[in-house]
Design a protein around this ligand. Sequence first.
Ligand code: 6GU
Length: 230
Amino acid sequence: MMKIDIISAVPDLLFSPLNFSIVKRARESDLVQINIIDLRDYSLNRYGQIDDYQFGGGAGMVLMVEPLFNCISELKKSNQYNHLIYLTPDGEKFDQKHANCLSMSENLLLICGHYKGIDERIRDNFVTMELSIGDYVLSGGELAAAVLIDSIVRLIPGVLTDIESALTDSFQDNLLSPPVYSRPAEFNGWKVPEILLSGHEEKIREWRLEQSLKRTEQRRPDLLKDFDSL
Ligand code: 6GU
């Protein structure tokens, strides 16, 4: 079973993304074990302090080296992590390739930054991978960690049913997904494309690929340069 540990200063932010839907089901089926570690349990004083002003001056607090050191050291005693991932806007841009690769891990440790980030010495001495989920600033790494975990967990064999199959998701082959429709076949005068009602599997496959290509050309032509024709 895959195990994911997350160190966070605001664990409540992680609660609902990890306790509903597909991630919930994966946890309940013991396909993944997710542990949230509250960094405040490693604070140095009775005020629960884990952050401090940065040397050299400047706005914004930094997560201190010592609570993180103590927390990571204790976790490493009982875990052999494949990757120690720091979520940070200056990390490598996370995409489906990272998700595919990380989904084969046995044991991951995620560190969520907050405020101005974490003391650089933790990055220098522990972190093995730094990831960002896009070019915008979040208040902390928790929402990014939730994004990462959701995208990884759904790739673990057995998590998705055939019907939900990850193989037909947008991006899995560098193409956007085709349009989808459900009952009724006509609503308010709006009709579902005839071909989808035809029962002609081969023709439907062709139509979907055509739609995928058209959509990708129109919306994300940048994806087509590494599109692998299957
Ligand atoms: Cl991983 N962290 C924060 N704080 N902001 C982000 C991000 C991560 N990825 C994009 N923006």
